[in-house]
Design a protein around this ligand. Structure first.
Ligand SMILES: [Zn+2]
Length: 122
């Protein structure tokens, strides 16, 4: 069944989460297919995020982050911007860093709107 067919029935497969990758000219590209993804920069949605924090994992079945995405696959690939740590100091105010398992089995901080975490985790 095609992805669009699955979406019609309200089923969303887990999002593949990968580190942002740049080509030799510094352009952001998809790590799986090499397609330039610079234009997708913005808020992205991660379905069924594997959050490290148990309390957060229970609160989020989808997660808003900031970064890039590639839509040339049967599944979504999201490449979150580097948060820089738990206080997301690489980002503007309004974002916090939460620990997320990436598809490569490493845990990294990804930026999440502070408001989302405050609303859901309390
Ligand atoms: Zn791709």
């Amino acid at each position: 069944m095609s992805r669009s067919g699955l979406q019609q029935f309200g089923f969303m497969p887990p999002t593949v989460v990968r580190e942002p990758t740049r080509d030799s000219e510094g352009v952001h590209v998809c790590p799986e297919c090499g397609y330039p993804v610079g234009k997708s920069k913005g808020s992205q949605r991660i379905e069924k995020p594997e959050l490290e924090h148990v309390a957060l994992a229970a609160a989020f079945d989808e997660l808003i982050t900031f970064g890039w995405r590639c839509d040339r696959h049967p599944y979504d690939i999201v490449m979150p911007a580097r948060a820089g740590g738990p206080d997301a100091n690489a980002m503007n105010d309004g974002w916090t860093g939460v620990e997320l398992w990436f598809t490569d089995e490493f845990v990294r901080h990804v930026p999440v709107p502070k408001r989302e975490v405050r609303e859901r985790a309390e």
